[in-house]
Design a protein around this ligand. Structure first.
Ligand code: FAD
Length: 408
């Protein structure tokens, strides 16, 4: 149940098992969940619902793309380097990690100005943080390393401000990427879009195996007998499970909370994505990804002639109900400053992804159910791949883990 990335990954893994018949049910009219591409009429371009960044250390993403034949669609940056611009001061810098000791010795490490001295101790504190600590509690200093590294990282990775977000998931991401060096920290983007890279080819693989999602079919209830899932309800229809049958629920927390007793985290913050179509010559002035500091805009992605800006933790950063036109206008002013133009964009679109992730606080992280609530039922979803935060990598890991849990 659920044709987001977690459900698609589970279905793909199960469909490789001889003798297993897989049926996929999805509440909406499309697959991909929070990760999708569509033709936007205002821009007249195919865009993603929001910028998605993964890193080369996200092994599960790379494996998913290999399985569905889209490794060639991933743009893996040659180096672990991200440029930044402080829109208040105009300062520019790069964050760059060397891939090897040799590169380190040749000066391959670049850190934001003013940060090198505190970074090591800060990182060590973050790694030692317990499950109840927020990022702000784990890292006490408030110097340049805070504003130029830790605060932007917390917003980008956890979609929550550092005084709210649990430290442990951020530490886990760093363990799997940055602490493994430049090779595992290269930015990976999907220039053809999320749908064509992660979702549509997965659906095609499943279709080759005779599996087509049943769309507009929300699961509405479960029946349990003893320690087993006995039946699934879809409105008035009930499907009784046989002795060899099992189910995976790859659903967001609110949907799961309506079906099963037990704790689920509340909603986290929204993410705003502002998309601007601009003349190609203007787009070319900008790098593929630019981190922005001292601004409402956090990240600027360039894809052909579309510039897309992410504002994470939107309630904290833009207010609970930001006015659409005023927000677009403000973000465009920031983009225009970064690109050095006075001209307006050719077209613009603002997309708000409500509750883009679940509550990222330590209490929210604790409110996770067991992923195996019944003998023949496993749970998946990005929010269930602890200790990781809610990301594509986590969704895919959780889908595979659920399929493996039902093995045998
Ligand atoms: C704007 C935005 C930006 C993001 N940026 C990044 C990023 O930069 N990097 C990154 O790695 N991740 C990012 N993410 C997170 C990433 O998109 C998610 O982690 C991932 O898509 C979650 O997949 P999922 O399958 O776990 O959940 P979902 O995508 O939520 O899928 C759940 C599916 O279940 C379906 N469903 C719900 N209820 C029912 C029901 N009762 N019956 C049947 N089906 C049901 C839903 O319709 C949905 O299709 C971002 C997310 C957003 C919204």
């Amino acid at each position: 149940m659920g044709a987001g990335l977690a459900g698609l990954a589970a279905a793909l893994h199960l469909s490789e098992r001889p003798g297993t018949e897989v049926v996929l049910h999805e509440a909406t009219a499309r697959a991909g969940g929070r990760c999708w591409s569509f033709h936007d009429s205002a821009l007249d371009r195919v865009i993603d619902n929001g910028n998605h960044l993964v890193l080369s250390g996200n092994a599960e993403v790379l494996d998913h793309c290999r399985r569905i034949g889209t490794s060639g669609l991933l743009a893996i940056a040659p180096r672990a380097e991200l440029p930044f611009l402080d829109l208040e001061t105009g300062a520019r810098w790069s964050l760059r990690l060397p891939a090897s000791l040799g590169e380190l010795l040749r000066g391959g490490l670049r850190l934001p100005p003013g940060t090198p001295l505190s970074l090591g101790p800060d990182a060590a504190r973050l790694m030692r943080a317990g499950p109840d600590a927020t990022v702000a509690q784990a890292i006490p200093g408030r110097g340049p390393a805070w504003t130029r590294i830790w605060e932007p990282l917390s917003l980008a990775v956890l979609n929550a401000p550092p005084d709210h977000a649990a430290a442990a998931p951020l530490a886990e991401v760093l363990r799997r990427t940055v602490l493994r060096g430049g090779t595992a920290s290269r930015p990976v983007t999907m220039p053809r879009g999320l749908g064509p890279t992660l979702v549509d080819p997965a659906l095609a693989r499943l279709a080759e195996r005779g599996i087509r999602p049943n769309y507009r079919r929300p699961l509405t209830g479960l029946a349990q007998k003893g320690d087993r899932l006995h039946a699934l309800r879809f409105g008035t229809e009930e499907i009784t499970l046989g002795p060899g049958d099992a189910a995976i629920l790859a659903l967001p927390p609110d949907a799961l909370g309506r079906l099963l007793d037990g704790p689920v985290p509340g909603p986290g913050q929204s993410i705003l994505n502002a998309h601007f179509r601009v003349p190609p010559a203007l787009a070319e002035r900008l790098p593929p990804i630019l981190g922005l500091i001292s601004s409402l805009s956090h990240w600027l992605f360039r894809r052909d002639d579309v510039l897309s800006v992410t504002v994470s933790a939107a309630e904290s950063c833009a207010g609970p109900r930001p006015d659409r036109d005023a927000t677009l206008e403000r973000i465009w002013r920031e983009v225009a400053r970064a690109a050095g133009t006075d001209a307006p964009p050719l077209a613009a679109r603002l997309i708000r992804a409500r509750a883009a992730t679940a509550d990222a606080s330590p209490a929210g992280r604790r409110a996770r159910p067991s992923t195996r609530p019944m003998a023949n039922l496993a749970l998946a979803g990005d929010w269930l791949a602890a200790p990781l935060p809610e990301t594509i990598e986590a969704a895919l890991i959780s889908g595979r883990a659920a399929a493996e849990a039902l093995d045998g």
